[in-house]
Ligand binder design. Structure first.
Ligand SMILES: Cc1ncc(COP(=O)(O)O)c(C=O)c1O
Length: 388
């Protein structure tokens, strides 16, 4: 049987990983500035992560949500502490799309409404409602198309106010990434997030903070929406939550009430997933990784600002984007194949940096060296072509 060919892949087979490094089957080392798409939060194969999962695997890997799973309560407690939102409630699931799907459903269950506000260039996942709230018609199947989702311009307070003046009382939820990831590292203005908060409160609309990519400490605060000094009603989380182990969840404000059967999943909150998620939070606390994301992110930003060929540098903490144009169009590909550095991209011309929150300063320096070398290489070869 062949694989269903949906991913454009690089011809590289990774067989080993440690911290911010990967090795392929020929022993070639790579620097990971991509974190497997913002997933690697505490570093590859962190010893505490490995031993906590291994220990759990030897106890019990899975049993259904029909029994008491003390690891779930332990995780909820720890997450409340690390995120600073002790009074929220936790529902566990398996992926970012599923987290957003449940968040949107819960909002609609709560206020009985159907309309959802999302924003241009948003990405919320590929399940039915999550994909309907994603601003990319090419991944929305006909069956997922719905008039219940409205896309407003990102960071446009007036457009949001105008919409709410007309439709606020029919709107179930507003969903927004604090920093759009797939859309190209677009940072939500703090005043825009504050405006969403106040309009949602006035109209009994649920504020959903999609924190799947920008959350979990990556920006130096637990949720990137926290920079605006507001509380959302629901936070969706995935990616960094399990450092590669599939685990996701939503954190739900106390006023949203649970009812038996309202949400559910077979695998969500299983013993192994909880052990992985606990290991991540324990390491984040122990090694002060949110602080590291902030300081190493600032170090990288300051250095990148000095590189004149990079345009529109933006982001927070270790979620950074910049644009490249013309002669640097192959920069990302060449960083991988000439310098052995993984980075992310956003079409058409944005390079995204989403490394582990444990990225060390010397690894950031190594990246900057590779980047400068590759930019020099590309600009000098294009100068030679133009002189010829
Ligand atoms: C902001 C955001 N939300 C949701 C998702 C979907 O997550 P998953 O691929 O785990 O379903 C992603 C994935 O890239 C994302 O970046």
């Amino acid at each position: 049987m062949n694989l269903f060919d949906v991913y454009p892949i690089n011809n590289i087979t990774i067989t080993r990983a440690k911290g911010s490094y990967l090795w392929d089957d020929a022993g070639q080392q790579y620097l990971d500035m991509y974190g497997g798409h913002a997933v690697i939060s505490i570093g590859h194969t962190h010893p505490h992560f490995v031993s906590r999962i291994t220990h759990q695997l030897n106890q019990v890997a899975f049993y259904s949500n029909s029994i008491i799973i003390p690891l779930q309560t332990e995780l909820a407690k720890k997450l409340g502490k690390v995120s600073g939102k002790d009074d929220y409630q936790l529902f566990l699931c398996n992926s970012g799309a599923e987290a957003n799907e449940n968040a949107l459903k819960l909002a609609s269950f709560h206020n009985g409404r159907k309309k959802i506000v999302a924003f241009r260039k948003s990405f919320h996942g590929r399940t039915s409602l999550a994909v309907a709230a994603t601003d990319n018609p090419s991944i929305v199947a006909p069956v997922n198309q719905t008039e219940n989702v409205v896309f407003l311009p990102f960071n446009d307070e007036q457009a949001l106010e105008d919409y709410f003046a007309k439709h606020g009382d029919e709107t179930a939820a507003v969903i927004i990434e604090g920093i759009q990831g797939v859309g190209g590292i677009n940072v939500a203005d703090l005043s825009f997030l504050q405006k969403i908060r106040s309009l949602c409160s006035t109209h009994n609309t649920v504020f959903i903070a999609d924190s799947v990519q920008c959350g979990y400490g990556r920006t130096g605060k637990f949720f990137s929406h926290d920079h605006a000094g507001i509380d959302a009603d629901i936070y969706s989380m995935a990616k960094g939550m399990g450092n590669g182990f599939p685990v996701a969840g939503i954190m739900i404000a106390p006023y949203l009430k649970a009812k038996h059967g309202m949400l559910g999943t077979t695998f969500g909150g299983n013993h192994l997933a909880c052990a992985a998620a606990l290991a991540v939070l324990e390491v984040m606390e122990e090694e002060k990784l949110m602080e590291n994301a902030k300081s190493t992110g600032e170090f990288l930003m300051n250095a990148l600002r000095e590189i004149k060929d990079l345009k529109n540098l933006r982001g927070k903490g270790l979620m950074i984007g910049f644009d490249v144009s013309g002669e640097l169009k192959d920069l990302r590909k060449d960083l991988l194949h000439h310098q052995q550095v993984f980075t992310g991209e956003s079409k058409p011309n944005t390079i995204r940096l989403l490394p582990s929150l444990a990225l060390r300063k010397k690894e950031a320096e190594e990246f900057l060296e590779s980047l400068t070398e590759e930019i020099n290489h590309l600009t000098s070869s294009s100068n030679l072509v133009s002189q010829a």
